[in-house]
Design a protein around this ligand. Structure first.
Ligand code: TZP
Ligand code: MG
Length: 211
């Protein structure tokens, strides 16, 4: 089922709202120059047309640098942009439903894990990577359930061979510990979008997890 390798270690999750006072496209480009390997556009509370408009702008940049663009929870925007994949949560469209559609057969499907019981379900089997959501509580997303912590990553690592993407309050000081606990990749919003210098922030994070 999972035919994708996941050769990404630093994952930027971006929205215009998280890049206050800045051009989110510039933030994305700087982040790529700093070492981000994969980007997710996660827009909430905007119309589908607006979401599509932003995704079409962002995919020009990700194409330029040959970086995959993942769309959060919006099937139409994923299809209309022919993005590299989609990320869904526990209460969004199911990976099994997506995978049966020809369009998604070779796309990257990410699936957030909020309960340990999800690991045994067919949704996990149908996805290409799992989001450990959140590893630490964060103000960026407050409607979360389990705070997995480092122990949670290690537990999940022992239960599945799927690539694990940790997200939630990850920054320079805890990034390496998260990888050591068993994550394959770290995903951040504010550590890059909220940094004075997004390129430098990405560069430092990448260096930290690779060393
Ligand atoms: N899913 C779980 S936590 C989170 C998402 C989208 C937000 C992470 O943001 P930050 O600023 O990196 O803590
Ligand atoms: Mg969702």
């Amino acid at each position: 089922m999972n035919s994708h390798s996941f050769p990404y270690q630093l994952y930027l999750v971006i929205s215009e709202a998280d890049c206050v006072g800045r051009d989110f496209l510039k933030v994305a480009e700087q982040a790529i120059l700093g070492g981000v390997d994969i980007i997710q556009l996660r827009e909430k509370k905007i119309s589908s047309d607006e979401f599509l408009r932003k995704a079409l702008q962002l995919i020009e940049i990700t194409h330029k640098y040959n970086i995959p663009l993942i769309i959060n929870d919006h099937i139409e925007v994923t299809k209309r942009t022919n993005a590299a994949g989609i990320h869904v949560g526990n209460s969004d469209a199911e990976p099994t439903y997506l995978r049966q559609q020809p369009f998604f057969q070779n796309k990257i499907i990410g699936y957030s894990i909020e309960y340990l019981s999800q690991l045994a379900n067919e949704q996990t089997a149908a996805s290409d990577y799992l989001g450990i959501s959140p590893v630490f509580r964060t103000n960026t997303k407050t409607d979360t359930i389990t705070e997995w912590g480092l122990e949670g990553i290690t537990t999940i690592r022992q239960l599945t061979p799927k690539p694990l993407v940790a997200i939630g309050n990850i920054h320079l000081a805890n990034a390496k510990d998260i990888m050591k606990a068993g994550a394959d990749c770290i995903a951040v919003v504010s550590a890059i979008c909220g940094a004075d210098d997004p390129e430098k922030a990405a560069y430092e994070l990448k260096n930290e997890i690779l060393k």
